[in-house]
Write a protein that binds this ligand. Sequence first.
Ligand code: 5GP
Length: 185
Amino acid sequence: MGVSEPPHTTILIQADAIAARVMALAAEIAQDYAGRELHLVGVMRGALYFLADLSRALQAEDAGALTFDWIELSSYRGGTESTGNVEVTRDLIDPVDGRHVLVIEDIVDSGHTMTFLVALLQARGAATVEVCALLDKPARRRAPNLQVRYIGFRIEDQFVLGYGMDLDERHRALPYIAVVAAKPE
Ligand code: 5GP
């Protein structure tokens, strides 16, 4: 039995296309980090399934020692756009100093959230910090210096949900990524 779409949405990226892209990203990451121990830092809550699938794909690539941890961030949104006022609402458990950290994020929009997190991880002494985002909305970028090393899909300026991403905390568990017809306030 299929999963029905929430009202006023259409599917943007099907589950099998997500799975194929996750496998390709894992192959690229495994090659880049060969010989180094990789520590994934997932951003709650949107990156839940992306980290779950990517970490297992990395394991299948025999990427070596692999660990992960979670952080939850909140960014005050003035209207639909996030501001630079990002806060840690649930912190990491493990220290990151001396580790090769790859941040796993659902979507980079203005880039404020990732700019804050990369600076935080660098300040805490990570050996290297890179960002892997499932989705990127380049048209919305307000943080020009942010480098996103791995990107699953570049999308237009649209509000998306599913595969971990929410609309008012709902629809995260949809297996595909859908787009809302009209942007919610
Ligand atoms: P930024 O700081 O880059 O502007 O915002 C990034 C965060 O905004 C993402 O982690 C995500 O929580 C949220 N966000 C941005 N665009 C979308 C979207 O289209 N759908 C959902 N569900 N969240 C979004």
